[in-house]
Every structure is written in C-alpha cells, then in structure tokens.
Design a binder for this molecule. Sequence first.
Ligand code: MSP
Length: 506
Amino acid sequence: MKTAGGSPSSINRKLNKNMAKFYITTPIYYINAPPHIGHSYTNIAADTIARFKRTAGDDVYFLTGTDEHGQKIAKSAKEAGLSEQEFSDRMASKFIELWKALDVSYDDFIRTTEPRHIKAVQHALNIMRDNGDIYLGKYEGWYCTPCESFFMEGEGDNNLCPDCKRPLERISEENYFLKLSKYQDWLIEHIKANPDFIKPVSRYNEVLSFLVNNKLGDLCVSRPRSRLSWGIDIPFSKEHVAYVWFDALINYISAIGYASDEAKFNKYWPADIQLIGKDIIRHHAVYWPIMLKSLGLKLPKTIFAHGWWMINQAKMSKSRGNAVNPLDMANTYGLDVYRYFLLRDVPFGLDGNFSDEAIIKRYNSDLANDLGNLVHRTATMIEKYYAGKVPAERRLPESPLNTEIEKLNTEVDASISQADFSLALEKIWVIINQANKFIEDTKPWNLVKEKKREELECFILLLVKVIRTVALSLSAVMPQAAGKISSQFDADVIQKGTPLFPRIIS
Ligand code: MSP
C-alpha cells in the first residue's frame, strides 16, 4: 500500500533500523463452528501489529491457523455426515476466506492436519519421552468433553466444568503424562525474572499466584485411541493419540520449521508476541513454557491475553445462538469501521460489550465527526483556495500542534508495540481534535478576506502534514481508509470528493 509519505518520523524509522525479525502468532481456532467476532478480534489485533512492524521495516512472520483434531471436531464431523478430514477442509476454508475479507495479512496459515505439523508433534513427543519428561501412568480425574480439558480435584464446583458449566465426567485410563511438576519452580522463577512474559499485569499476577499457591499435577498428553481416534499418532504407542492441546500448542513451532527447516526455525523462534484470549492463559503460560523447556527451546518473549467480547453481558457461543458474524459487521459498517471499533472501544486485555449501538456511536463521533470532517474540510479548502494544489513546502512556524505531530508516530509505535491499541488511537484522536479546533480558532475564511496569504498557506500546510501523519499512523488499523486518505492527499490535484464516513442516522 502506498503510505502517506512525507512524514519525517516515518522515514527515520525505516532508515535507522537494521531489519529485525518479528514473529507474532494468534491461537489456532477450533473449526467445529464458523468464526465469530471473538476470533476476528485476535486476528485483527495481530494484523495491526504485523502491519505496523512491517512499515517499521521489520521482517515479520505472522502466523494463524486452525486446530483440527480432538473430540469436538470428530463429533461435529459426524453430525455433518462427513469424514473428519472433509469436515476440516470445509471449515478451515471458512477461516481462510474470512481473513481475506477482513484484510488480515498473515504470512502463514497452519492446519494441524498438515504433514509438517504432524511430523513436528511426533518429533517433540519423542524428545520428551527420551529425556524422561513423558511417562506412562494412570489417569483418573475429571474431564470436560466439550472443552477437552482436565480439571483438578475441587476445581469444578458441583462437578461442573469451571469454563462451560457442563457436567464433568470421571475418567480412569492408561495414558502418557508430561512432568509439569518437575518444572514448576523453574517456571515461577522465569515469570518473576521476566515481567513482560505475561501481559497484561492482571494476567501476570493471576498465573503467578496460581503457580505459587497450587502444586501442579502432571499433564495428560495422550488419549486412548479406543475413545478417540481423531488425533496425531503417538510415535511410541499404537494405543494412543496426542491430546489435542499438546498437538495444538506445537503449531507455533511446527509452522516455522521445527523438525524440518532449522535455519528458518532459528531465525524466527522465539516468538516476539503470542496473542491469546484470557480463557486459554493457563495452556499458554503454564503448559506451553514447560513443553518448550523440556524440548530445550527458548520461551516466547510475551504472551498477551486479551479480554472477551460479550453480547448483552453474556458469553457468545454456538449453543446460545448469539454469535455475531464478523462478515456481517464488516458488510454493514465497512471493514475499517469494524476494525477500528474493536481496537478502540475497549483496552486490549479488558472485556467489552458488543452492540450495533456502540459501533454506531463510535462511528458517528470518531469517524464521521472527527476524522471524516477534518479530511473533508481540509480537502474542500485546498480545492477552493488553491484549485486543489497544495501550496509549496515552507518552514512552518512553531506551534503546539506542529510539535505534537512530530511525536505522533513514535508514540503510536510505542503503544502498538505493547498491544495498547486503544491508547494509540486515543493519541491519534487528540491530534485530530486539536486540528479541528485549530480550524475553528483560525477561521480561515477571515485570512482569505484579509488577504493574509502567508498565514493561510502555513495553516493549510500544517493541516496537510497532520492528515498525512494521521493516515500513516492509522494505516495498520484501518488499511483501506488510511490508503484512501493518503492517495487523496498525495494526488497532484486534491479533490474534496465524497465524505469518507457519512453520518449514520439511526
Ligand atoms: N483451539 C484452541 C486454541 C489453541 S491455540 C494453540 C481454542 N480455540 S477457540 O476457537 O475455542 O478459541 C480461540 C480464541 O478465540 C481464544 O483465544 C478465545 O479466547 C477467543 N475467543 C472466543 N470467544 C471470544 C470472545 N467472545 N471474545 C474474544 N475472544 C474470544 O481455544
């Protein structure tokens, strides 16, 4: 995409940096149901960071994918009257199509049924078995079939799953276990020594206190084939397949060449940031680091757990029938509006309530009123006073707005690198609002009347600088709208055109 260009800070960012690698991942999604806004949230967030890092000149590897094994998928395939593989193919393509429609610029899409992944999972299992971290034992415990999760004694009130509240089943069988307990103290030390390892800080505290106050039981990493055959074969047992979460977590390394392409793997691992939802923090901040440690691999630099989107304060799910389709949202309000809303309305890390009213409110105030007006008024003035030609560059007088705009890219860069999208957008909007106020205070029509040519030129040039910089800062969040603004303001002849965000009357 053509960038807004011309902003000194953006150029510096590109020149001053050696090309650094940046590896970012999203969870891989279960394919038993079509994607909803919760899934799109993580991928839009990851896409925004990936785009930002690419603009900054980094060598970005952005991974997403689908989690295709396990009981849940086997059950859904059966219900659909398809083989598991056929069902997986059909459902995985829905995710691929959605990411395309939402402008999600991933570099790689991993499916857990791919040979590259299966090979990596089996390789990992062999290593852990050889180093004594995986052993054969007896499993007796409480299990939630829909969530595919085991719970410790006392974790589920009234024998109900703490996550989905459905009844837990008592199970007893021979299985393979990973020695989590062996690594508990090491993990506590790692977390203490690396305050950025788990974010936000509320989740950091949650995981640390869980580890400090509970003794970890070992993790059951297999399932008897007699109960579940839809999984990756355990290389050292004909009777077992891998537990779907063990299989799934390995995707983060199998995609970048673990057990197949050493150079690629060494280039990208460890991940710079792994985005997840808050419900899967334990898998990612406890099991995953221990698996990596057992494999002799480094840990990701940051695991960031975002909050949940609720509908009328309730969880969204297939069974409740209240899941919102991201494509419908993008079609109704525009893709960039949808992306903007998700990233602006709620700080990443907190829960949010999703509603049409909330989108419309944001749209009218932030996009139609603030950004849309600034762009439209400025273009209109350039058309009217200068026949569409931006006046020649000149040194702009010192002003608070000019000083602020110089800092904007650096500030936005810092916030987006921390996955603090709402803060980044707030900062951009401070500038937009200052610029709108600048127009109102300056009263350009008076400058025209009083023939203050130089002042009018400086005024227009500053607004153009603001708009180009804002478009550049917004390009990762709203690629299409920012691209349109940039092209409009980089054209030889600027035209006011039609407003980018006409008001929605509701
Ligand atoms: N397959 C596992 C992840 C394996 S990663 C190695 C899984 N899949 S999932 O499809 O159930 O959920 C994927 C992600 O979607 C999770 O991060 C979850 O937090 C997120 N969300 C599901 N519903 C959500 C909302 N309503 N709001 C925000 N995110 C939500 O778990």
